[in-house]
Design a protein. Structure first.
Length: 202
């Protein structure tokens, strides 16, 4: 077998400690080598048929600055409904907005979401809100809470419901997404056999 250099041996040995495939990022941490050194080693190992390399694309979601503020305070429509509940479940719109301490410019948006979520009825003539059902936490609020506790979340790992919520929140400019590409490395049968042997550095 053609000899391997020290970094290639380190990378091969590190790979053997994982079950299945592994990202280059994890290999860098495991070997203590630089990203470029690991990539060079992986390319050599691939040329020798000892590893296979594939690319995996991720979409990472995170809260925008406005999203972070709402993660702390609650979505405007939630705050509106909390105030309405505190007022006994029925009150004029101006009373509810004042009670919630919300900016009046948000009223059209809040009313739109309150209707969409079927949380309350709005009597336009009397300008009055009436709670119509249970104020159930939606997938949008669940996702905001998740992103508040985690710096980055892969959309591919989320349920369909939360993925749909991410689209909705992106439309509201509360969630931002970043595309990420990972190189995934896996030992071939020849690579596993080589890792079991003592390979001398050349």
């Amino acid at each position: 077998m053609v000899g391997l250099r020290e970094n290639e041996i380190k990378t091969l040995s590190a790979l053997a400690k994982f079950i299945g495939d592994v990202s280059v990022e994890r290999l860098v941490k495991k070997t203590g080598l630089s990203d470029s050194a690991v990539m060079r080693a992986v390319m050599v190992l691939q040329e020798k048929g000892l590893v296979s390399v594939t690319e995996k694309r991720w979409t990472l979601a995170r809260l925008s600055s406005e999203g972070k503020a709402y993660a702390e305070q609650g979505l405007p429509e939630r705050r509106l409904m909390t105030a309405l509940k505190d007022l006994g479940g029925s009150a004029t719109l101006s009373e509810v907005v004042e009670k919630a301490g919300l900016d009046k410019s948000l009223v059209p948006i809040m009313l739109g979401w309150v209707r969409t979520k079927k949380w309350a009825d709005f009597e336009s003539h009397a300008r009055r809100l009436q709670i119509k059902g249970e104020l159930v936490e939606g997938a949008d609020e669940q996702l905001i809470a998740l992103l508040k506790s985690s710096a980055d979340v892969s959309l591919e790992d989320l349920s369909v419901e939360l993925q749909d919520a991410s689209k909705l929140l992106r439309g509201r400019k509360l969630v931002l997404v970043d595309e990420k590409t990972d190189r995934i490395v896996e030992l071939t049968d020849a690579g596993r056999a080589a890792a079991r042997k003592r390979v001398r550095a050349t």
